[in-house]
Design a protein around this ligand. Structure first.
Ligand SMILES: Nc1ncnc2c1ncn2[C@@H]1O[C@H](COP(=O)(O)OP(=O)(O)OP(=O)(O)O)[C@@H](O)[C@H]1O
Ligand SMILES: [Mg+2]
Ligand SMILES: [Zn+2]
Length: 340
C-alpha cells in the first residue's frame, strides 16, 4: 500500500533535551553554535563529569531544519537499510547517530556480505557522535578519513562498488588522558607522560586536521552550577543558527554547496573575503601558529561562519581570531605541549 509522505512539520524538529539545563559552559555552547551554523566538525575535550556527553545530546535541539532535498536523500539511505516504517516514511529530522566505541568498522562505515550503509551514512545530513573517542579502535577511526573529506563512502565488494553519501557533522568527545585530568587547572593528572602520549596518540593528526572546531570543556564553577542564573535555551541558540544558515542558503543558491563547511577550493577565496586587518591576522596566525595548508582552508570556512552569525558580509579580524582559537587544542594537547 503506498504511504502518503507526511508533511515536514516544525514539531518534528523538536527534541526534549534543552541547552537551558546546561549550567555555565558558555564558550562550549558558542562553539556548538558555530559548528551547527556552518556544519563543521566538533571535538570536545575535558575532564570527567564536565558535561560533554550531556552537551552533545542536546545538539539535535539546535540543528537547522532539513531542506526537502536533504530529507529525501537521508530517507533513501534509511530505505536501503530497511529502517523506515509505515509511520515514519520520510526522515524529516536531521539524524543524530551516537555510536559506541565497540562498533565495528563495518558498522561504522558500512559493508558486509549483504552491503548495508554504516552509521556514517545513517548520519547523512546530520550528526555522527563518537563519545570517548580514544576508546575507538585506531584502525576504525582511520577509515573515517576519506569519507570525512569527500562526503561519500565507497564500499567495494566482489560484484562491484556501491557508494553511499555521508555528508556529516562529526561530533566527538574525549578526556585528554586515562585519568581525565591532564591540562586541568583544578585536579592533578596522575598519568605518566607516556600514558598521556599514548592516549592522545590514538587520534591521528589527519583525523584532528578534519575537526575544525575544537573546544575545551572545563569543570563548571560551584557558583555557576548552583546559582539561579538562567542558561540560554536551545530555542534562542537555534534561532541564530537558523538565521546564519539562511544567509548560506541564499549565497549558495544554484550551486552544490549547502553550508560553509562544503565550500569547494575553487570558490574559497571568492566566498571568504577578508578585510585588511583580518588578512594581516590570518598571515600572522598562519606563520606563528604553524597552521598546515589544510588547516588554513578550514579556518577560513569557520571564519566565514563566524561572520555569518555576526551578520557581516566581509570577514573581520575578530571572526578569524575566533576561528583560529578553535584550532588551538591540537597544539596545546597534541603538538608541543608535552609535558605541561
Ligand atoms: N554544566 C553542567 N550543568 C549542569 N549539570 C551538569 C553540567 N556538567 C555536568 N553536569 C551533570 O553531571 C553529569 C555528568 O555529565 P556528563 O556525563 O555529560 O560528563 P562528561 O563530561 O561526559 O564526563 P565523562 O568524561 O566522564 O564522560 C550530567 O548528567 C549532569 O547531571
Ligand atoms: Mg561522557
Ligand atoms: Zn591523567
Amino acid at each position: 500500500m503506498p504511504v502518503k509522505p507526511e508533511p515536514l512539520s516544525d514539531d518534528s524538529f523538536r527534541s526534549e533535551l534543552d541547552f537551558a539545563d546546561v549550567k555555565g559552559q558558555e564558550s562550549v555552547k558558542g562553539a556548538i553554535e558555530v559548528a551547527a551554523a556552518g556544519f563543521h566538525n566538533l571535538l570536545m575535550i575535558g575532564p570527567p563529569g564536565t558535561g560533554k556527553s550531556m552537551i552533545a545530546k542536546r545538539i539535535p535541539s539546535v540543528l537547522p531544519k532539513m531542506s526537502f532535498e536533504e530529507s529525501i536523500e537521508t530517507t533513501k539511505i534509511y530505505s536501503v537499510a530497511g529502517m523506515l516504517s509505515g509511520e515514519n516514511p520520510l526522515v524529516t529530522r536531521r539524524p543524530f547517530r551516537s555510536v559506541s566505541h565497540t562498533a565495528s568498522g563495518v558498522g561504522l562505515i558500512g559493508g558486509g556480505s549483504v552491503p548495508r550503509p554504516g552509521e556514517i551514512s545513517l548520519a547523512h545530513n546530520g550528526v555522527l557522535f563518537l563519545d570517548e573517542l580514544p576508546e575507538f579502535d585506531r584502525k576504525v577511526l582511520e577509515t573515517l578519513r576519506q569519507p570525512l573529506e569527500n562526503g561519500e563512502i565507497t564500499i567495494s565488494r566482489a560484484a562491484g562498488a556501491i557508494t553511499y553519501p555521508c555528508n556529516i557533522m562529526l561530533v566527538a568527545a574525549m578526556n585528554p588522558c586515562p585519568c581525565g585530568n591532564y591540562g586541568s587547572t583544578i585536579k592533578r593528572c596522575t598519568c605518566t607522560m607516556q600514558q598521556v602520549s599514548k592516549y592522545l596518540g590514538k587520534i591521528s593528526q589527519p583525523i584532528l586536521d578534519r575537526i575544525d572546531i575544537q573546544t575545551e570543556v572545563a569543570a563548571v564553577s560551584y557558583d555557576d552550577l548552583t546559582g539561579s542564573g538562567k542558561s540560554e535555551s536551545s530555542a534562542a541558540m537555534a534561532e541564530r543558527i537558523a538565521a546564519a544558515r539562511e544567509v548560506q542558503r541564499e549565497r549558495y543558491k544554484g550551486t552544490d554547496i549547502r553550508s560553509n563547511s562544503g565550500i569547494t577550493p575553487d570558490k574559497l577565496h571568492d566566498i571568504c573575503v577578508l578585510d585588511e586587518k583580518a588578512e594581516a591576522y590570518m598571515k600572522l596566525a598562519f606563520e606563528k601558529a604553524g597552521l598546515s595548508a589544510r588547516a588554513y582552508d578550514r579556518v577560513l570556512k569557520v571564519a566565514r561562519t563566524c561572520a555569518d552569525l555576526d551578520g557581516s558580509e566581509v570577514i573581520q579580524k575578530k571572526h578569524v581570531a575566533r576561528a583560529v582559537g578553535y584550532r588551538s587544542l591540537d597544539r596545546k594537547y597534541w603538538k608541543n605541549a608535552l609535558p605541561l
